[in-house]
Design a binder for this molecule. Structure first.
Ligand SMILES: [Fe+2]
Ligand SMILES: [Fe+2]
Length: 205
């Protein structure tokens, strides 16, 4: 009877403090009750009502793509020197997919806007012909194995063509578009959306 009374006292204390009943095998449930109670007493987390809009400048986006392609071509060279054929194949696939997406968003969005804003048809026609040359090499690479004796040569020529094309875009076309009245933030948003759509369609992260 006395033992039952002691147990009752311990249980009541535990309900009040949530820390008693040590050694009675009931400490954990009471601690849980205490934690649940304290959870309900805490104020709900504040909702973040601030919405953030990040604008992407068209030229910044395209330049970032250029740097990505350059980095991938460098990685390819390293894999080639190390004789890592499967790594070469993976990098080649990556850079070709990235270039195809880049060229598509330029041709569908950036070049038409640049043509309208600058009226420089010669430069933009030349850029499109250079894209066609790069696409032709990418189509050839797509049908080849990475251990094909011509694979490295085609990647090398593709990297050189892209290097030349990027230099013309960044030193001539982009500054011309910057000087024009083109809305680079609006074009940037369009480019970003199109790029995300194309990447998702190709299963690229
Ligand atoms: Fe470009
Ligand atoms: Fe281009």
């Amino acid at each position: 009877m006395l033992l039952r009374l002691n147990v009752l006292v311990i249980v009541l204390r535990a309900l009040v403090t949530g820390t008693y009943a040590v050694g009675m095998g009931v400490q954990l449930p009471f601690l849980c009750i205490k934690r649940i109670c304290s959870m309900h007493l805490q104020p709900p987390p504040k909702e973040n009502t601030m919405s953030t809009t990040i604008t992407v400048n068209a030229i910044d986006l395209l330049k970032a793509d250029h740097r990505e392609a350059e980095a991938l071509f460098k990685q390819y060279e390293k894999a080639k020197k190390a004789g890592k054929t499967s790594e070469k194949r993976d990098i080649a696939r990556k850079v070709c997919a990235a270039l195809l997406i880049h060229m598509e968003i330029e041709e569908n969005i950036f070049y038409p806007s640049a043509r309208k804003a600058t009226g420089d048809d010669d430069k933009l026609n030349e850029a499109e012909v250079e894209h066609a040359g790069a696409k032709s090499l990418i189509t050839q690479l797509d049908k080849m194995e990475a251990d094909d004796p011509m694979f490295d040569a085609k990647i090398k020529v593709l990297s050189e063509q892209i290097e030349h094309h990027v230099e013309e875009e960044e030193k001539e076309l982009f500054p011309e578009v910057k000087k024009s009245k083109a809305d680079l933030d609006d074009i940037g948003e369009q480019l970003e959306k199109a790029k995300a759509r194309l990447k998702a369609a190709r299963g690229i992260d």
